[in-house]
Design a protein around this ligand. Structure first.
Ligand code: SAM
Ligand code: SF4
Length: 323
C-alpha cells in the first residue's frame, strides 16, 4: 500500500513525544493556567503506554516507512523513566538515527549514557544567554544547568544544535548573544519563529511574533550575511551563511511555511499518530500496530491531515505533541 499524497509527500521522519510532563514552563509552550509540568503531575490525564509497547509501535511504523531518523521529544524526554532502554530497543531493531530535542536540564548527568546508547545528535532549547531573561522565558532559574548540559554533550562527542524561539519584547535582544555563543562553541543554531500553537493559537500571537526578516536585520547590524540562503528538501530550517562562513538556520513557519514538502510524522506517548501540527485530529494505532494493512490505512489517513501549503497552527499544546 503506497503511503503518499497528491503532493508526493510521505513520512520519512518520526518525532516521538515520550511524555507530556516537563520540569520547565516555557512561556511559548505552556501558559501558567495550563496543565502540564511537574507541578501538575497528578492532574496530567494522558494515559502513557509502557515503554516497550511504545517502542513496539515505533518499530512497526519503521517497518512500513523506513524512517531516516526518529527524534525523541516531549514534554521533556529526559524525564522519561525508561529513556535508555527505549533507545536501546530502537537501536537494536535497526533504527540507526535516534536523535533528541531537550531542554538540557539533565544532560550533564545523562550525556555519557546517551552517547553510549548511540545518540549522536541532540537539539537543545536555549532562548537566552542572559540568565535573567532565561528565567522569565523558562519560568525556571536553570540557565547554568543548561549551559553545563551543552558542555557535557559536546564532551561526550554528541553533535549539538541550539533551538531558540525569539519573541518580541522578551528575547529579541538575545539574537546576537545566542549567535556569538553558538559561534564560540562551534555548534549549530536555529532561530524559531513563534508558532501559533496551544495558548498562542487564539490570542496574543501577533504581540509576540518576531519574524524571520527582523531576526536577519538584527544579525546584519553586526555580522553581514553572505548572499546565498537555501532550504534542503523537507527540512524545516532555511540556512543562512555569514561572511565569516558560520551557518545558522531560521525555522520560519509563518514567514516561509514549508508544509509543501513536509515529511514528518508524530507519535504521542498514548499511541496516537499526528500527520500535521496544524491539525488536531490524530489516529489511534496502539491496538492495531501488528497489522500492517490497518496501520498503513491509518498512515494514509494521517497524511490527509497535512496542510497543502501554509501552517495554520492549532490549539494542540507543544508540551503534549512534542514540537
Ligand atoms: N522539552 C524539550 C525542549 O524544550 O526542547 C522538547 C519538547 S519542546 C515542545 C520542542 C521544541 O518546541 C522546543 O525547541 C521549543 O522551543 C519548541 N516550541 C514549543 N512551543 C513553541 C511555540 N509556540 N513556537 C515555537 N516553538 C515552540
Ligand atoms: Fe518544557 Fe520544552 Fe515546553 Fe519548555 S518547550 S515547557 S522545556 S516541553
Amino acid at each position: 500500500m503506497e503511503i503518499k499524497d497528491e503532493h508526493g509527500r510521505t513520512f520519512k521522519t518520526l518525532r516521538v513525544s515520550l511524555t507530556s510532563l516537563c520540569n520547565f514552563g516555557c512561556v511559548y509552550c505552556v501558559n501558567s493556567e495550563d496543565k502540564g509540568g511537574l507541578n501538575d503531575i497528578n492532574s496530567n490525564a494522558i494515559l502513557h503506554l509502557d515503554y516497550d509497547k511504545l517502542a513496539d509501535l515505533v518499530i512497526h511504523l519503521h517497518k512500513i516507512l523506513q524512517f531516516e531518523s526518529v527524534r525523541l521529544t516531549g514534554g521533556e524526554p529526559m524525564l522519561y523513566q525508561n529513556l535508555i532502554p527505549f533507545i536501546q530497543i530502537l537501536k537494536s531493531s535497526g533504527i540507526k538515527n535516534v536523535k533528541m530535542t531537550t531542554n538540557g536540564f539533565n544532560l550533564k548527568q545523562k550525556a555519557e549514557e546517551l552517547a553510549s546508547a548511540g545518540v549522536k545528535d541532540i537539539n537543545i532549547s536555549l532562548d537566552s544567554i542572559d540568565p535573567e531573561i532565561f528565567k522569565v522565558i523558562a519560568r525556571r532559574n536553570f540557565h547554568r544547568q543548561v549551559i553545563e548540559g551543552i558542555d557535557a554533550a559536546l564532551k561526550n562527542g554528541i553533535s549539538v544544535k541550539l533551538n531558540a524561539v525569539i519573541m518580541r519584547g522578551l528575547n529579541e535582544n538575545q539574537v546576537l548573544p545566542l549567535l556569538e555563543y553558538a559561534m564560540s562553541k562551534k555548534i549549530g543554531l536555529r532561530y524559531l519563529e513563534l508558532m501559533r500553537m496551544g495558548h498562542f493559537y487564539s490570542k496574543n500571537f501577533n504581540e509576540y511574533f518576531f519574524p524571520m526578516d527582523d531576526i536577519l536585520s538584527v544579525i546584519n547590524t553586526k555580522y553581514p550575511l553572505a548572499t546565498s540562503a537555501y532550504r534542503n528538501p523537507s527540512a524545516t530550517a532555511k540556512i543562512f551563511q555569514l561572511e565569516n562562513e558560520y551557518e545558522f538556520g531560521i525555522i520560519a513557519n509563518e514567514s516561509e511555511p514549508f508544509c509543501s514538502d513536509c515529511d514528518r510524522l508524530r507519535l504521542d506517548s498514548a499511541g496516537n499518530i499526528y500527520g500535521c501540527l496544524s491539525e488536531e485530529k490524530s489516529e489511534y494505532i496502539s491496538d492495531i500496530a501488528g497489522d500492517e494493512i490497518q496501520l498503513s490505512e491509518k498512515l494514509i489517513e494521517a497524511l490527509k491531515h497535512k496542510q497543502p501549503l501554509k501552517f495554520k497552527g492549532s490549539p494542540l499544546m507543544m508540551i503534549s505533541i512534542g514540537g
